[in-house]
Design a protein around this ligand. Sequence first.
Ligand SMILES: Cc1ncc(COP(=O)(O)O)c(C=O)c1O
Length: 461
Amino acid sequence: MKLNKPKIKNSNKLYKEAIKYIPSGTQSFSKGVTQFVNGFAPKYLDKGKGAYTWDVDNNKYLDYVMGCHPLVLGYADKDINRAVKDQLDKGSTFSLMNKLELDVTKKLIEVVPSAEMARFGKNGADATTIGVRVARAVTKRDHIAYCGYHGWHDWYIANTDLNDGIPKFNNKLAHSFNYNDLDSLEKIFKRLPNKVAIVIMEPVAVSEPKCFSSSICKKTSCKIKCQNTFLHEVQKMAKHYGALLMFDEIISGFRFSLGGAQELFGVTPDLTSFAKAISNGIPLSAIVGKKDYMKVLDKTFFSFTYGGDCLGLAAADVCIPKIKNKDVPGHLNKVGKILKDGINKSACDHGLTDYFECIGYPCRTILAIKGNKKNNDLHLKSYIQQELFRRGILWTAYHAISWSHKRKDIEYTIKAFDEVFEKAKKIINNNKSVKYLIEGESVKPVFRKVSDFNSYIIKNK
Ligand SMILES: Cc1ncc(COP(=O)(O)O)c(C=O)c1O
């Protein structure tokens, strides 16, 4: 395989200037210099097509970050681009409402089990935060039980270690529980009787929802359509204690299945948030839900200048049918499984299973890294990232595969992992540390303090 240390002269030049005027030089911590080996990795991308991106020094990469997940069809998809360009020619933001609001709402109602009504936002956090407000308005309660990552707003970030500037009362109102751990949720309800407004959670991230049945399916682990998964039990518990259930499907939506994880596992929540894949990266988010609850938005304030902006809606109007017609979730599962199996076989062939395991559902996998005293997790991750960059792969532990990641791309990636694991094996077996081979600064987690739930995912934000 051809090796190529990326030339990053233009990246470095831009960053040197940006850091003078832009705090941390970035708009999103997950795209900033702490997440990619600083000194070795590129810092600025210029363009993308399909599964590939080019940086400002014209290095080309097979991309597994895909803008942090939204690009489910790939960069610069021709149908999305056509729809957005056509809309741009007609106008993007208007003085009255636009028919696209209705068109996309109807498409969501058609494919998402929990969607009886919809409203739109721009960021994922708009949708999760209005979900919390709706539940508070419906229940007249203030507390939140949450599991997973839900965005930048006060109510969520209060309980992380990046909570400077957030009034302290917020961390008293939000309480995290652990995935597949019903007791951890019930403890919250018992500690705060009649006070919890909402249970908000990613229905699936890395782990599969545990089966709580007594017999057969317990042995085979939880299968799709099992009626007693963790998700079913959470739904029963939320109802029992009078809280609304919201699924945060900002990543799982349109990826695990056209109708989201709720369709796959057969659990219909009261409210759902979508973003990312809904419009293939043209900013749009949505909250959908049962009419009885969504109706409170008649008088609960969720209103802003770019609500109903037509570019994201024009993209979603084409993106949702394309995901359906091409069976994009089917493709993600197929090639994702080849990737997952290939990486795990390679880790096994190299005797590295104590250190590396590709985990998660095929459409959303992550390389779990377990270091030790000699080689900690972050050094191992940095080393793998660096060596994949050398092989033309842009990677930060998770694999946000898209419709544009074809079999040949996956096979190339497995070959690259094979070479990198071979190098790692030699270092580890000789009792050496990869730290000294990192040609820049080691990567750092965005958050250090997070809930236990799927901390791989959250730390890799
Ligand atoms: C599950 C989940 N919820 C909410 C969000 C927040 O979305 P945004 O960053 O678009 O506000 C994210 C972002 O990564 C996410 O992964």
